[in-house]
Ligand binder design. Structure first.
Ligand code: IDP
Length: 143
């Protein structure tokens, strides 16, 4: 296993339900360290840029509208195997298919509003972290 970083977003539905602390607990219990974090309310341009790879998909407009509907919590997580570990904690994209005990099984109701985002690979993680955080905003542990 390698030490990795991944980009996580607590989406507007989960922030609205006051679940930031509960979701952070899942990350920390699994050994993922929060090395950068900020609350943001994305503009249409920011959401479209973040999800640019999906711009031809039929759900793109609804996804951008949802992601701009309220504040989100954005964090970089660091740990052994962080990309896969975070995806395992999140569960499947469609909450109806997510394993019991995952964030999406516990906190999401629909595929459109599914509580969390997590990078799907080390390469996309680097790009997504850089989309939201400068190098100076990343704070690895020193103790
Ligand atoms: P992921 O978030 O599990 O990585 P992606 O396929 O990258 O899933 O899709 C990004 C986001 O787009 C999903 O989290 C979900 O909010 C939305 N999405 C994906 N597929 C659909 C769909 O079929 N209908 C509606 N929304 C979708």
């Amino acid at each position: 296993m390698a030490l990795e970083r991944t980009l996580s977003i607590i989406k507007p539905d989960a922030v609205a339900k006051n679940l930031v602390g509960a979701i952070y607990s899942r990350f920390e219990s699994a050994g993922l360290r929060i090395v950068a974090a900020k609350m943001m309310h994305l503009s249409k341009e920011q959401a479209e840029g973040f999800y640019a790879e999906h711009k031809e998909r039929p759900f793109f407009a609804a996804l951008v509208e949802f992601m701009t509907s309220g504040p989100i919590m954005v964090q970089a997580l660091e740990g052994e195997d962080a990309v896969k570990k975070n995806r395992d904690i999140m569960g499947a994209t469609n909450p109806a298919e997510a394993l019991a005990g995952t964030l999406r099984a516990d906190y999401a109701e629909t595929i459109d509003e599914n509580a969390v985002h997590g990078s799907d690979a080390v390469e996309s993680a680097a790009r997504e972290i850089a989309y939201f955080f400068s190098d100076e905003e990343i704070c690895p542990r020193t103790r």
